[in-house]
Design a protein around this ligand. Structure first.
Ligand code: ZN
Ligand code: ZN
Length: 343
């Protein structure tokens, strides 16, 4: 089978690999599509992020869906021919955090395509993937396999919404409208937000934010005053989803958040400085959010029942042989939101 393997920054290769042996409780999935994520792009463009570096060849990818081709011993919940979205979250279910229901903090997590541990956890951009049956979530008839493969990034934003607390009737600011920011708009709307305003510095990206349900978008590169107008009376928004990783986006959000509001940080920009005076005086809660676990099945369900429509975010599908072109396209915000590989 073919697999998409990263060796170092800008050194991405299509290689032949053996299909893994099928064990009890496992299924073999013919992967049909895989979405390129921000973390895949960090490995491709920079060889890693923060202190995490590629130290050995690693198959990339974790946003995949496909069709079941073989069943291991004892698999009863799935059948050959089922179309499934595969959750890349593989916690141990035995450590302290897993036992507390915080599987995303598992001490032994084997999340696909991660260079955090050594040896690296090999990813899912491959033609055949052997997965546990509990990772596989059946996709409703009529839902394209491409939409199904967006369950993973959508689950990330559903977890972010869960971190924020109830959004019913809340005014929400989303800063940064790449795939994750745009999906956060959809997740916030599904959770009852009253009003959603989104910001970015690129018109093409903001058009997508409108298409997926933002009430208003602001180009803070050309019209920063449109956002700062919301700072009157100590601010306007109850919740900010910060999906840009940009210090200025975080700061501009703090200016327009109301007292006792919440910032959920999704974007990763490294070290930033924060105006402590504002955080203290407005009693702002700052929260991180990391991956997801149980939200994956909710994501598949919301997509399958058509309560959300993620299709506007899909901007490109490339054959696996053209993976390098796909990664170059995915990294270009002027023309891409979510780019997928077809296997
Ligand atoms: Zn992802
Ligand atoms: Zn664990």
């Amino acid at each position: 089978m073919k697999a998409v393997v990263i060796h170092a920054a800008k050194d991405l290769r299509i290689e032949e690999r053996e299909v893994e042996a099928l064990g009890p409780g496992q299924v073999e999935v013919a992967i049909e599509v895989g979405g390129i994520c921000g973390s895949d792009l960090h490995y491709y463009n920079h060889g890693g992020f923060g202190t995490v570096r590629i130290r050995e060849p690693m198959i990339l990818g974790h946003e995949v869906a496909g069709t079941i081709k073989a069943l291991g011993e004892g698999v009863s919940s799935l059948a050959i021919g089922d179309r499934v979205a595969v959750s890349p979250s593989r916690p141990c279910n035995a450590c302290d955090y897993c036992l507390k229901g915080q599987q995303n903090h598992c001490l032994n997590m084997r999340f696909y395509g991660s260079a955090m541990p050594m040896p690296h956890i090999q990813g899912a951009f491959r033609q055949r993937l052997v997965a546990e049956q509990w990772q596989c979530h059946r996709v409703a008839d009529g839902v394209s396999i491409n939409e199904a493969a967006m369950a993973e990034p959508f689950a990330v934003t559903l977890h972010a919404v869960a971190r924020a607390g109830s959004l019913t009737d809340k005014r929400v600011l989303v800063t940064g409208c790449g795939p994750i920011g745009a999906l956060a708009i959809i997740a916030a709307r599904a959770h009852g937000a009253r009003e959603i305003v989104a910001t970015d510095v690129m018109a093409a990206v903001l058009a997508k934010a409108l298409a997926v349900g933002a009430d208003r978008v602001i180009d803070v590169a050309s019209n920063p005053e449109e956002l700062s107008a919301y700072s009157a009376n100590k601010g306007y928004f109850d919740v900010q989803f910060e999906a840009s990783g940009n210090e200025r986006a975080l700061r501009s959000g703090l200016d327009v958040l109301r007292p006792r509001s919440t910032v959920v940080q999704l974007g990763l920009g490294g070290d930033v400085s924060i105006p402590q005076n504002l955080v203290v005086a407005k009693e702002i809660e700052m929260k991180g959010t990391f991956r997801f676990h149980e939200e994956f099945s909710l994501a598949v369900d919301l997509i399958g029942t058509r309560r959300v429509d993620l299709k506007p975010l899909l901007t490109g599908i490339f054959p696996v042989e053209n993976a390098v072109d796909a990664f170059e396209a995915a990294g270009d915000r002027t023309r891409s939101m979510k780019v997928q590989l077809a296997f």
